[in-house]
Write a protein that binds this ligand. Sequence first.
Ligand code: GLC
Length: 675
Amino acid sequence: MRWILLFTGYWVLLTGCANVPTTGRTTDTPAAIAPTSIPTERAVPTDGAELAPIEPEPTDEPTPTLEPTIEAAVLLPYLDANLPIEERVEDLLARMTLEEKIGQMTLIEKDSISPELVTEFGIGAILSGGGGSPEGNNTPEGWLEMVSSYQAAALETRLGIPLLYGVDAVHGHSNVMGAVIFPHNVGLGATRNAGLVEEIGRITALETLATGIHWNYSPVLAVPQDIRWGRAYEGYSENTELVTLLGNALLVGMQGENLSDPTTLLGTPKHWVADGAAEWGTSTTGDYIIDRGDVTKIDEAELRRAHIAPYIAAIENGAMSVMISYSSWQGTKMHAEAYLINEVLKDELGFDGFIVSDWQAIDEIEGDYYSDVVTAINAGIDMNMVPTDYRGFISNLREAVLNGDVSSERIDDAVRQILKVKFMLGLFEEPMHDGALLSQIGTPEHREVARQAVRESLVLLKNENGALPLSSIEENRIFIAGQHADDMGLQSGGWTIEWQGFSGELVGGTSILEGIAAKTDAEIVHDRFGNFEQVEGNADIGIVVIGERPYAEGQGDRADLTINTTLIERMRERADTVIVILVTGRPLIITEALPLADAWVVAWLPGSEGAGVADVLFGEHDFMGRLAYSWPRSIRQLPFNFDNLQAEGCDAPLFPFGYGLSYGDDGAVDVIDCP
Ligand code: GLC
């Protein structure tokens, strides 16, 4: 608890003895004082005046020797946790200058500002973007130290308003070496297990809070309609109901029952709205094709049915922060869409938290930066993820207010929402983390939950000739091909350690190969190129682990999703039974390749616990995963017309939404000839 002594702008030292004169000038003495703590902070003048030195009034009386006994403290209303949050917000707001208010609306990327400048500019929020680890020290301790340095700086500001630190812990605290990396949402969608996803939310909250971070840019509530989109894997499904179910399970898991719970992590449903409905070829950002594109082919009724629905549930589940989408609605950038933000999200749906922009997204609004700032803030955005040129944002918004282009009421409204959430999170009472939760990061229990998620996400597409389950008999000889078999970066996908993901080792966890090797004493030979020149003879079982290299956002927009079959063809020459495991963020075009292998398994992007794959391959657990996305026969089928999707014939998907075999099923797959 922080006490601030204040009395009309001066530091007032009150003793417990009524007959001893005070040492400072006093006017209207504040109400009753609760002398329960020794003040530890500098006083805070209400009018921004510098603290005047406190000199005793001149007197011919001998200066009494002050024997300070119990010091009492006057607690400013906004710091009084016993007062209703609304009162605390209004008290604090009334004390703030315009610059301090704008500082609260400014979200800066951590490498773009020092802690000292956070204090100087009164910045209200800092983020680590994808890969935003502490320089050269990507450890949980290093993260806590970095976050704490920014928080301490914020507490040094005139009013001591704590910072909100945000991160994309989108499949576990996935920037942090040592954290558990869960399967990406495309795999969780295949589990359909809301209880499991809620538990993943709880674990993500613990491991993220352990590093002092209270704010997570998750869950993604996108309902991806075209899997050529580089963010399809961040979506749970093409199906709105499944997105609503699992996205809200994660939100509830992260936020718990009450935002003031010390293990609560503030979620951020994103990206408002219909980011997953953008149309191929409509992006105007760099060489992106569909990411940040335009939504023109659906009407408002469909927009509400298919894409707004998950947010209605999120608001009911206590969402207090929402991020706006880069995409456009009928040609208007979402960051400029006052109707859908102010009138629909805030007024009609009653969202009562704060709205945050996406990374430098307001800059993509037509017009110069000044007009971007005016348009975005008036459209309802409360906090701007600048993320670098904070001086530019602050000066432009200040000018806009002085010009009357942004009203002071709009500024107060934005700051009110931000402060409210900070009070709800208990940040004013407990802004700092002492590291007590660090031991929660990467625990065996957390890894076991992730391994269960891997198991339940696996989808069996084909299983002929008794290929699966694998036998663990020692006599078997197993060849394994593909770099994806033994690379934890590749098996984790984008938004892992680096924004675009990486190739290499994680701290903790298991690769798919390690999981297989742990199940059998059979001879295993791994050749990422599938040549196996170093061994004579053939294998009983050949496992080919192939798929996509990591990507994020528009860098994953892809016109051609056909797999390369080279490794499968090589394995066909060297093994009696061939099994293909796909490590991928989305369905791929495998129609022509299907006959080349006896069994096909989709592992999606399993994350750190690759051993979960072997748990099912060897039959200890059955296949439970069911497709959360329709699997196209040909790229020419995309985007699917879900309102009129054929169940049979060449216009039907190769595998429909909900498809997935289990061990008892007939695993034969007959592929019809299509043009
Ligand atoms: C990115 C993403 C958004 C993410 C933000 C911060 O551009 O669009 O999902 O939360 O920036 O990393």
